[in-house]
Design a protein around this ligand. Structure first.
Ligand SMILES: C[S@@+](CC[C@H](N)C(=O)[O-])C[C@H]1O[C@@H](n2cnc3c(N)ncnc32)[C@H](O)[C@@H]1O
Length: 195
C-alpha cells in the first residue's frame, strides 16, 4: 500500500472509524481488478474516504459517487481525497444514502452504511442499475453476531442482527440477482443483477 494510504488507514483505525476490515477490502479491490467493466461506482458509506480512494486507484478512469451522512466524516473524506488529487473522480455527497437521487447507471454499487437499511438501499438504487450491475454488501456477519447471537446481550444489537439475517436470506432468494456469499472480512455478499 502507498504511504499516504497507510496513513489514512492507521489514523482511521486509531480513531475507531469503522473502515472495512483489511481482508474484506482486499476482496473488494480484487473483484474490481478482475472485472474490467467496473468503471462507474456508487458507494453508500464513505467514512474518511479510505475505500473510495482505494477503488479509484485501481483504474485511472474509474469514477465514484460516495455518500456520507456524518458531516465530520464528510469533511475528513473531502480532505483525504483532495490530498490524493482524486477530487476530479471521487464525488462525496453529504446526504442520507436513501435520499440520494441521480439518473446515473452504475457498474458497481457498494453498500457499507446503516446495516438496518440495506433492503431500502437495494430497492432505492435498483433504478441506478442495469443487468450486469453488481451490488456488494459488507458487514453481513456483523462481527460474527449474526450467526452467534450469544455473543451479544444488547437488545438493539440483537434486533439489528435479526434484520441483517433477514436481509441475507432475502438476497439469496431474490431472483433478480445471482448472489454469492463470502465469509471474508465481516461477511460480504456479491449480487449480480440478472433481470
Ligand atoms: C462502515 S463505515 C464506511 C467505511 C468505508 N466504506 C471504508 O471502508 O473506508 C459506514 C459509514 O456510513 C455512514 N452512514 C451511516 N448511515 C448512513 C446513511 N444513512 N447514509 C449515508 N451514510 C451513512 C457512517 O457515518 C459511516 O461513516
Amino acid at each position: 500500500m502507498e504511504k499516504t494510504l497507510i496513513e489514512i488507514h492507521d489514523e482511521a483505525r486509531k480513531e475507531h472509524v469503522p473502515i472495512m476490515l483489511d481482508d474484506g477490502m482486499a476482496f473488494l479491490l480484487n473483484y474490481i481488478r478482475k472485472h474490467e467493466g467496473v468503471r462507474d461506482i456508487l458507494e453508500v458509506g464513505t467514512a474518511v474516504g479510505f475505500s473510495a480512494i482505494n477503488m479509484a486507484k485501481i483504474r485511472w478512469d474509474n469514477t465514484i459517487d460516495t455518500l456520507e451522512i456524518n458531516p465530520k466524516m464528510y469533511e475528513k473524506a473531502i480532505q483525504n481525497i483532495k490530498n490524493e488529487k482524486l477530487d476530479d473522480r471521487i464525488h462525496v455527497h453529504l446526504i442520507d444514502g436513501a435520499a440520494f437521487e441521480t439518473n446515473k447507471i452504475y457498474d458497481l454499487i457498494f453498500i457499507d452504511a446503516a446495516k438496518s437499511q440495506y433492503r431500502r438501499y437495494l430497492e432505492h438504487f435498483m433504478k441506478n442499475s442495469r443487468i450486469g450491475t453488481v451490488f456488494i454488501f459488507d458487514n453481513l456477519n456483523f462481527h460474527g453476531i449474526v450467526d452467534n447471537e450469544e455473543l451479544s446481550s444488547n437488545r438493539s444489537t440483537i434486533q439489528m442482527v435479526h434484520k441483517i439475517k433477514k436481509f441475507r436470506e432475502h438476497l439469496l432468494n431474490d431472483d433478480r440477482f445471482i448472489t454469492s456469499y463470502y465469509e471474508v472480512g465481516d461477511g460480504i455478499a456479491v449480487s449480480v443483477r440478472k433481470k
